[in-house]
Design a protein around this ligand. Structure first.
Ligand code: FMN
Ligand SMILES: CCCCCCC(=O)C(=O)O
Length: 366
């Protein structure tokens, strides 16, 4: 089957990946309630089209923190792209560049940070986890600045990696060809020690991630880098207000694709309170469950400035390397453009909450 829609890539990826790798990629935390909610909440929102608005040209181009994007779409930070295809992060960053999309490299990328930067042709950020070893984090930040990364995205929803039952059942661990090559090997060692019935990355996070950090620690990082700082994993108005008060440069509304606290709302449902709390003072990004151009349009209509896409990019990569990842991003951009035309909104500025109908909810099931 030739993939046409983004979800077509999900099946194709599953059929070419080992079961434990597919489980790590597609799985979520706990009962996977939030994982399901992310996608179904988008499907529940009907659209309210306007007609006779001249949609011959619909303009998707935008800017984010001073960088140009062909559309308000980016690649969410995801660890270990080489697990899914030998092209790894070089493939996904090239795909992002070709599609005019933002690329956020994970701290646990399986390709050298400078090599990713050398292959990038578009805006590039680095995601960070706050490790107990602050020196290791700072060293990485210094290398990112030198390599030309444009911003840091600090993930704040992961004091530890959550229980992901698919990974516990498979005894998930990292193979030799997909390791976090940008962090000191000694620090990463336990992330690839197999132990039946456990997840190596969950064990590793308990040892190495720093669960003690608070809002006050952000100043420590800000004093040591001139790069803009974006917080990833905000879900409430209260935390959005604190983020603004602490002078961050952007917010990513995220529940980690349903991989961290199970039971939190779908991100499209959390987005309005964050957008309203921020009040336009900062860029607000969102990720989780975005599978169609209409989903992108809905998030923008609620007030997101840019939408990040996670698993679909890795489905494309797993199936067809760089080309597959690029096709996923290109398809989303084209579908967004079509959704703008068919809802009668020729520019991004025309996308506001009036395009959204009342959600048609069926209750989520645990
Ligand atoms: C395989 C995989 C690895 C991930 N690794 C990271 C990571 O290293 N850092 C991070 O902040 N988020 C990570 N995430 C979460 C994504 O950044 C993003 O929040 C999520 O995938 C968005 O949901 P979606 O996959 O439904 O688009 C990962 C997600 C997946 C699927
Ligand atoms: C010890 C490495 C942990 C990597 C976690 C990557 C991630 O965020 C994910 O969701 O998986």
């Amino acid at each position: 089957m030739k993939p046409l829609r983004v979800p077509d890539y999900a099946d194709l990826a599953r059929s070419c990946l080992a079961a434990d790798v597919a489980g790590y990629l597609n799985g979520g935390a706990g009962a996977e309630w939030t994982l399901r909610a992310n996608e179904s909440a988008y499907s529940a929102i009907p659209l309210r089209p306007r007609v006779l608005t001249d949609v011959e040209r619909c303009a998707t181009a935008t800017t984010l923190l001073g960088a140009d994007l062909a559309a308000p779409i980016g690649v969410a930070p995801m660890a270990y792209h080489r697990l899914f295809h030998p092209d790894g992060e070089i493939g996904t960053v090239r795909a992002a560049g070709a599609a005019g999309a933002l690329f956020v490299a994970s701290m646990f990328a399986s390709t050298d940070l400078a090599e990713i930067a050398a292959a990038a042709t578009g805006p590039l950020w680095l995601q960070l986890y706050w490790l107990r070893d602050r020196g290791a984090v700072l060293e990485l930040v210094g290398r990112a600045a030198e390599a030309g990364y444009g911003a840091l995205a600090l993930t704040v929803d992961t004091p530890r990696v959550a229980r992901r039952y698919r990974d516990l059942r498979s005894g998930f661990t990292l193979p030799a060809h997909a390791r976090a090559v940008n962090v000191d090997a000694a620090l990463m060692a336990t992330s690839h020690v197999a132990e039946a019935g456990t997840s190596a990355i969950e064990r590793h996070s308990l040892e190495r991630f720093d669960p003690r950090i608070t809002w006050a620690d952000l100043a420590w990082l800000r004093e040591r880098t001139a790069l803009p700082l974006v917080l990833k994993g905000i879900l409430t108005a209260e935390d959005a207000e604190l983020a603004v008060r602490h002078g961050v440069d952007g917010i990513i509304v995220s529940n980690h694709g349903g991989r961290q606290l199970d039971g939190v709302p779908a991100t499209i449902d959390a987005l309005p309170e964050v957008v309203d709390a921020v009040g336009g003072g900062l860029p607000v990004l969102v990720d989780g469950g975005v599978r169609t151009g209409s989903d992108v349009l809905k998030a923008l209509a609620v007030g997101a400035d840019t939408v990040l896409v996670g698993r679909p990019v890795l489905w494309g990569l797993a199936h067809a390397g760089t080309e597959g990842a690029q096709d996923v991003l290109q398809t989303l951009r084209e579908e967004l453009e079509e959704a703008m035309a068919l809802t009668g909104r020729p520019t991004l500025a025309h996308l506001d909450r009036s395009v959204l109908g009342t959600p048609n909810r069926t209750p989520y099931h645990h």
